[in-house]
Design a protein. Structure first.
Length: 632
């Protein structure tokens, strides 16, 4: 087991999983949340075979294509650059160590370094030209991204006399609409087979695209050679731009017809088409980008419809109504067959009912999902957004998830390192993953789902009932009495009534919904912000034994009494006037809630360890300094 010493060097003391063969490929490294960056560096430093080095450097490292389809100012490309730079460094060191007369390609590569200000400059320039690609609809953002990359490069030069012409990356970082345009040759062929090509304007389009790409590759090769006249570079660039512009004009015109646009120039201005099959021809011809990363815009589709619209047959995710869903779908079509994908998305990716079309295409292949609250800490400072990070490969359909993460600000630096992934299951009705993060967590979920009845079986027309708050954070607030009785202000619109046939059913329902068992299920299945019919429908119970019913009735009454007796009178000053309301603090009744969970453990057959897990789930944050906060 040659891998074991490597991981022990990384600081992982337990080698049993390695010895058992459980960790054997890159997917396992992700699942176990290991330090892939350090592992890759250690592996590269351990190369002793020139053939392996040659293959890794010339055919893998310098050829990997990394795309951010919503590049903005380039934050994700900079992160990729920082990941690649040490691998380039290691490989060049190994070339010096393993090179010789038998390996002239090593000698040539090392000689190229001497033609540049220094080795780091050579490495950064190589990465910027060969590995990094980005697209953004805002031309200003594209220019800022290119400027930042240039500044990074220039900062490596300590002698102004050594500054060489900066690389031209206008064909790497492009302005255009990621969502509008032809992705591949198949889409162009489809257009040619329709009425869009009646004029014959697209005749020979593939050959012309290939010629333009050859001109582009020749221009890139010129940039890697020193001593080339500026006029020669300018002439080569102008030739590429002219070839691409002519092709783009024809494709834009045909696309405008397909979109039903009346005015072609207006269509181009508003939609800003970007034809991936032309702009990145070689990459798309070879199957797509090796890596796609980024943070797509979380913008309602309705907000951009006044600027541009998309035909209803373009995106399967149109019903999701958010641009981030379109970006993920488009990115999947740009990804190579063995490619890797990683993006930030709202938590609706794994919980929003209207996002089922996105879930259908996202979780078809192996995925890893981690989810993050915005209380008490935030993943991005000042951003009030619950976040999901989705990692994806193009293999089997296993989905791994973490628990929904809470953290304090001083824990943020180690948040990602502490993630724990575990194979999960998908909610059948939505094909979205339950947010389990361990074997025990999944076992508990399985025991809950094994029961036959929904909590909605308690809902019956009647004079009795309980009241629930629809915006929980750390506690499910369920009252066996009507809130705000006796106060001048109206009851909060966040409270909703579930009617029951008997008072006993109301007390039982309030007890179950207030339990940590239900809170745990709520975190698994919901968006962790809104509580309603979906969660009530999907949580499972069975016919309660008589003794358990009696026990839950008593505990429900005790819980209600405690919540009433410990309530606080609060007020808020709104433009409409002063509002008074009672605030209820479930954390003050935690000892009663623990009794409810102990009673429910018998219904579900929880082990002592599983019951302890439930009772203590998220306890650090539920009982913490902001446990009293209620979300309006």
């Amino acid at each position: 087991m040659a891998l074991i010493p490597v991981f022990l060097d990384l600081g992982f003391a337990d080698s049993e999983d390695f010895a058992a063969g459980k960790i054997s490929n890159i997917n396992d490294l992700i699942t176990y949340n290991l330090d892939i960056r350090q592992f890759a560096g250690n592996w590269a430093r351990g190369i002793k075979d020139p053939v392996t080095l040659r293959t890794f450097y010339f055919h893998c490292l310098t050829k990997v294509t990394i795309l951010d389809p919503a590049v903005g100012s380039g934050a994700f490309l900079f992160a990729a650059l920082n990941m690649l730079e040490p691998l380039y460094e290691i490989c060049l060191d190994k070339m010096q160590e393993l090179g010789g007369p038998k390996y002239p390609d090593f000698t040539d590569e090392l000689a190229r370094i001497s033609q540049h200000p220094n080795r780091k400059y050579f490495i950064l320039k190589s990465i910027i030209v060969n590995n990094l690609f980005g697209v953004d609809i805002m031309e200003e953002a594209v220019e800022i991204c290119k400027l930042r990359l240039f500044l990074k490069l220039v900062s490596q030069v300590d002698d102004v006399q050594k500054i060489e012409p900066l690389p031209d990356i206008d064909f790497n970082i492009r302005a255009g609409n990621t969502l509008v345009g032809y992705v591949n040759q198949e889409e162009i062929q489809k257009a040619k087979a329709t009425q869009l090509d009646l004029s014959g304007a697209m005749k020979g389009i593939e050959e012309r695209i290939e010629n333009a790409d050859r001109a582009l590759q020749a221009f890139r090769n010129l940039q890697t050679r020193l001593g080339i006249r500026a006029s020669e570079l300018a002439e080569a660039k102008a030739d590429v731009k002219q070839r691409l512009a002519e092709i783009q004009t024809e494709l834009d015109r045909d696309l405008a017809v397909f979109y039903g646009a009346r005015y072609i120039k207006r269509f181009i201005q508003t939609h800003q088409p970007f034809h991936w099959s032309v702009e990145f021809y070689s990459i798309m011809k070879n199957g797509g980008f090796d890596v796609i990363i980024g943070n797509p815009p979380f913008v309602s589709y309705g907000k951009v419809k006044s600027t541009y619209t998309l035909p209803s047959n373009i995106y399967k995710t149109e019903a999701c109504g958010n641009l981030y869903a379109f970006f993920l779908e488009r990115s999947f079509s740009l990804l190579a067959g063995a490619g890797r994908f990683g993006m930030i998305a709202p938590v609706s990716l794994v919980s929003g009912e209207t996002y089922k079309p996105l879930a259908d295409i996202t979780f078809r292949t192996r995925s890893w999902v981690s989810t993050y609250s915005n209380r008490p800490g935030k993943l991005f400072h000042g951003v009030e957004q619950r976040i999901a990070i989705i990692l994806r490969s193009q293999e089997d359909s296993i989905t791994f998830s973490t628990y929904y993460q809470h953290w304090y600000e001083d824990e943020r630096d180690t948040l990602i390192q502490r993630l724990s992934y575990y194979p999960t299951i998908l909610v059948p009705s939505r094909r979205m993953p339950y947010k389990v993060g361990s074997k025990m967590g999944r076992n508990i979920l399985g025991k809950i789902l094994s029961k036959s009845d929904s909590l909605m079986t308690f809902k019956m027309p009647g004079n009795f009932g309980c009241w629930y708050h629809d915006g929980p954070t750390y506690w499910i607030r369920v009252l066996s009495f009507e809130p705000n009785i006796g106060l001048k202000s109206d009851r909060s619109s966040h409270y909703h009534r579930i009617s029951t046939n008997t008072k006993e059913d109301a007390l039982i329902l309030s007890a179950i919904l207030s339990s940590s068992t239900f809170y745990y299920f709520f975190k698994l299945v919901s968006n962790c912000r809104d509580f309603g019919r979906k969660e009530l429908d999907e949580y499972r119970v069975s016919t309660l034994p008589h003794t358990l019913r009696e026990q839950l009735v008593d505990l429900g009454q005790e819980l209600g009494d405690t919540l009433q007796n410990t309530a606080g009178l609060c007020s808020r000053d709104y433009p409409s006037g002063l509002v008074e309301y009672e605030e209820y603090y479930p954390w003050k009744a935690k000892h009663i809630i623990d009794k409810i969970d102990t009673a429910l453990a018998k219904l579900y057959g929880f082990t002592e360890e599983e019951l302890a897990f439930i009772v203590n789930y998220d306890l650090k944050y539920r009982m913490g300094k902001d446990a009293e906060e209620e979300e309006d």
